[in-house]
Design a binder for this molecule. Structure first.
Ligand code: TZP
Ligand code: MG
Length: 204
């Protein structure tokens, strides 16, 4: 949610919280991303909002920032700090999420102490420049079969209209950016996603 004007992303976040999102990850990166004190202040504003709604606040990549502001967790990819070091740094009580694309990476994430894995891109996405090739749901299905207790979060091009196959494959949740942030009505977009998710939790 990088932006020059920090007001707008905060209002999108509040709409999304009102709509029922159950977790928020701050992904402040890209050409116009905030840095330093501005990034920290923005992160703390997001954190406060999430706390008001009782929603976990997770920081992407920036372990130092997460520790400094006592975030609820950290999410890292395969090119970031090593998961076991991040787990050591944040302690056992915090949430650690790791992006994985294979069984080997999943195994490594579990033994490093990941609480969940992110898997994708399920569908084509325009949001992440360096996204891996579209993966569909096959690997989610395989990981879910091998590790039935591991929470899997699908990501990449997911909307309320195409989320069902992701849950059907075994994901416990879906992670979205554009479906909410680029919606004319972020609250409604979040609500629709939550409805799909609830339906799958009931049916499973
Ligand atoms: N990792 C894989 S795809 C993606 C990330 C961070 C971007 C998801 O964004 P969107 O807009 O929901 O496709
Ligand atoms: Mg990363």
């Amino acid at each position: 949610m990088g932006s020059v004007n920090a007001q707008e992303p905060l209002s999108v976040l509040e709409d999304a919280l009102r709509g029922g999102i159950t977790c928020f990850q701050l992904r402040e990166k890209g050409a116009r991303a905030l840095v330093g004190m501005e990034k920290k202040a923005f992160a703390e504003s997001c954190q406060r909002l999430c706390a008001q709604y009782g929603v976990p606040f997770i920081v992407n990549d920036d372990v130092d920032l997460a520790v400094e502001i006592n975030a609820d967790g950290v999410h890292i990819g395969q090119d970031d700090a090593e998961a076991r070091f991040v787990r050591k740094r944040i302690g056992p009580g915090k949430i650690l999420g790791v992006s994985v694309h294979s069984i080997e990476e999943t195994e490594a994430a579990i033994s490093a102490g990941a609480n969940y894995v992110g898997m994708g891109p399920v569908y084509p996405t325009v949001t992440k420049d360096d996204a891996k090739p579209v993966a569909g749901t096959a690997m989610i299905e395989e990981v879910a079969r091998l590790y039935p207790d591991l929470p899997i979060v699908g990501i990449g091009g997911i909307t309320a209209a195409n989320a069902e196959p992701v849950f059907r494959a075994g994901a416990s949740g879906v992670s979205v950016i554009s479906a909410i942030a680029s919606s004319a009505n972020p609250e409604m977009a979040a609500k629709r996603l939550e409805e799909v998710s609830l339906k799958w939790r009931r049916e499973r």
